[in-house]
Design a binder for this molecule. Structure first.
Ligand code: MOS
Length: 694
């Protein structure tokens, strides 16, 4: 492929949608531009397993302003119930606490919510089982993992290497259950007038359309999905959840009238997916110089009884470091819990916790600096596939990060440096994220009133797509970026892949480049009004192993008396190909790192085994790092240009920022205190009892 000359790319341009956002005038899904809407509020199961036996809705119907009530006995039969998560109200069975068992449609959202609380439900309850553990007898091996990765991999003989190596290590690490909490909750405005229109807060209008069309037995053309702006998604809006089906059903129940449905913050903890907790057993073996002879990860995690989601937690261990003997396995427990799904860097994020803490522990055992241990185990080619790297600059990130952070100044041993009442330490971990490009996406490019207009059904989750696609188009056309306009977020535009796997810019940008080239070939540099060309992304490349890499450095302070943990400094250096827009890129990276800090110290969904639900299901009890929790966060990148990944030479940056952060925090807390925490989140109760006496 021919590389683009960057002129617009690389410029620090402000978000084009910034003014609309800060003035509150950007229309979100709940503000779908329609006449007088009705409002839908969901009714949820209060048991985790069993059956609804009766639902008394008499008092609900008596409330003034209630239009109708949807229950399992009264709603339409869906055309496809293949996806159990989306088989809304198709039976009286309950598979998890919080499942949708009905919905009230009313004149106002307040009336709908009030009335929903009046329904009287009786159940035939069955014992539920929601407790994940590594020694369950019913763990099973899924056929494949998320993103189609193989379930298990093995090369050489880890057991033999563990038996014969002079230095070995084995530990088990756990990550917590985590819930996505984008600022904008999951919302839908639905309208049915023979065809269905959905204003849906979504990471992909076309994927939402095809999912909903299938569920209702409609042609794709009978469904339009509109979503120009999204208030964050992090993966929770990357797949279609049950509330969208409920909203569409509600719209069909009141034809000619739009229905609005917003999940409450509390409902999002049941109905919007979550990150499975993971249990990771790590094994390492090395020679005396610290060259790994074996690396293995055996993962246990959960899925729901009604639908499988198998997080690819062991995936990064397969290729991060060179070791002749390698193994990764995944086993699942199918529990009576909501359906787990994508959360920023599913797989890599939890999957770089165990290994990157284990390497820190192993480095100490070997008497090596943890950066040096990583450098010694840098693989020349991808150990998993045997393919060459399209580019791999982990070592450069580690070195530049160490320099910028002041790594050389760290105390020679853990638990020895104090500043007043605070124990102070530093930690490091590596980051990684695959460079994906999806196989489907098309853009059109049209000359319109002296400007170039790009149309593609892409999404902007707050990430910068409105701004970066014109930058890419401008360079592909060799015009000023001000002369290019992008139109996105609507299935009326050409098909675009979902904003997932940090693949959006790479995929849609590639289609835009193709459209621009087709346009120039067809019309030259002096087009007429209305001239239009189309371009589609070419198939993904499989000649190279393609990933972005990074290194994250953390300074942690732990109060010697109380165990309070603070992180005054987070510094990351990334190698992610060409950076299209430094401003939007930086906010992706520091956003990811901040979310990683939050994962390390604050977040964690607490499942009550007695009732089967997450008890801290609101933002009062599920604490997400706030400004006061975050110190100095710096994201840097090295100048990397990768000619193999795509015409822009760019790699995805939406997710890598959260990968490795939690391990770096744990490693820094260890260095500050000498207390090794292996179970996230790192809360003060886990360090307090073992703090050095003073
Ligand atoms: Mo990202 S969790 O692949 O939307």
């Amino acid at each position: 492929m021919t590389a683009l000359q960057p002129r617009a790319m690389g410029r620090d341009l402000v978000r084009r949608d910034g003014r609309l956002k800060v003035t509150g005038t950007a229309p979100f899904a709940y503000e779908g531009p329609l006449g007088k809407a009705a409002y839908c509020h969901l009714i949820q199961a209060t048991i985790a397993r069993g059956r609804v036996t009766t639902m008394d809705i008499t008092s609900v119907q008596a409330v003034e302003g209630v239009i109708t009530v949807l229950t399992a006995g009264s709603v339409e039969r869906l055309a496809s119930t293949e996806d159990n998560e989306l088989a809304v109200l198709q039976s009286d069975e309950i598979a998890f606490r919080g499942q949708i068992i009905g919905a009230v449609i009313a004149e106002t959202s307040e009336v709908a919510r009030h009335a929903a609380a009046l329904v009287r439900v009786t159940y035939a309850q069955q014992p539920h089982d929601v407790e994940l553990s590594a020694d369950r007898a019913d763990l099973y091996k899924p056929d494949k993992l998320n993103a189609s990765y193989p379930t298990d991999t093995a090369e050489g003989d880890v057991a033999a290497a563990m038996a014969s190596a002079p230095i070995t290590f084995e530990q088990t690490y756990t990550t917590a259950m985590y819930h996505n909490n984008p600022m904008e909750p999951h919302t839908t405005t639905a309208f049915w007038d023979g065809s269905l229109t959905l204003w849906e807060s979504s990471q992909g209008v076309h994927s939402t359309r095809s999912t909903i069309a299938k569920v209702f037995g409609l042609d794709d053309e009978q469904v339009r999905v509109v979503c120009p702006y999204v208030g964050g998604g992090f993966g929770s809006k990357g797949t279609t959840h049950a509330h969208v089906v409920a909203a569409a059903m509600a719209a069909r129940a009141v034809p000619g009238r739009a229905v609005k449905l917003a999940l409450t913050r509390q409902q999002m903890f049941f109905l919007a997916g979550y990150r499975t907790p993971t249990i990771q057993r790590m094994q390492l073996a090395a020679d005396r110089d610290g060259h790994l002879t074996a690396i293995a990860i055996d993962v246990v995690e959960q899925t729901s009884r009604i639908k499988e989601f198998a997080e690819q937690t062991g995936m990064p261990t397969r290729f991060m470091y060179a070791a002749p003997n390698r193994r990764s396995t995944h086993r699942l427990a199918a529990l009576d819990v909501p359906v787990p799904s994508w959360m920023r860097a599913p797989g890599e994020c939890p999957g770089m916790f165990g290994p990157e803490v284990a390497l820190d522990e192993f480095a100490e055992q070997l008497g090596l600096d943890p950066i040096e241990l990583r450098i010694r185990n840098e693989p020349a080619v991808d150990p998993d596939s045997g393919k060459p790297w399209s580019s791999r600059n982990l070592i450069a990130c580690l070195r530049e990060g160490a320099e910028r952070f002041g790594w050389a100044d760290r105390a020679p041993a853990p638990g020895v440096r104090r500043q007043g009442d605070w124990l102070v330490g530093t930690g490091v971990a590596a980051s990684v994220y695959p460079t994906y490009r999806m196989s489907v996406s098309t853009a059109t490019l049209r000359y319109e009133k002296g400007r170039y207009v790009v149309e593609i059904g892409a999404a902007d989750l707050g990430t910068g797509t409105w701004t970066t696609l014109p930058q890419i188009a401008a360079d592909a056309l060799d015009v000023e970026v001000e002369d290019v306009e992008a139109r996105i977020g609507d299935t009326n535009y050409p098909i675009a892949s979902v904003a997932g796997g940090s693949s959006g810019t790479a995929t849609w940008g590639s289609a835009v480049v193709e459209a621009a080239r087709a346009f120039r070939n067809k019309f030259g540099t002096d087009p007429a009004d209305g001239d239009e060309a189309e371009g589609s992304v070419s198939p993904p490349i499989d000649k190279y192993a393609m990933h972005a890499f990074g290194a994250q450095f953390v300074e942690a302070k732990v109060h010697a008396d109380t165990g309070e943990i603070r992180v005054p400094r987070l510094l990351g250096v990334f190698a992610a190909g060409r950076i299209i827009n430094p401003r939007t890129a930086r906010s992706q990276l520091i956003g990811g790192m901040t979310m990683g800090l939050s994962m390390a110290l604050h977040e964690g969904s607490v499942l009550d085994p007695r009732f089967g639900h997450v008890v801290n299901h609101d933002l009062a009890d599920y604490h997400i790092a706030a400004c006061a929790d975050v110190g100095d966060v710096q994201a840097h990148w090295i100048d990397e240009y990768d000619p193999h990944v795509n015409a822009m030479g760019s790699k995805g940056i939406g997710e890598i920022g959260i990968v490795g952060t939690a391990a770096a925090v744990v490693n820094a807390v260890y260095h500050a205190t000498g207390v090794r925490v292996r179970h996230l989140p790192v809360t003060l109760d886990k360090v307090l009892a073992q703090l050095p006496s003073h």
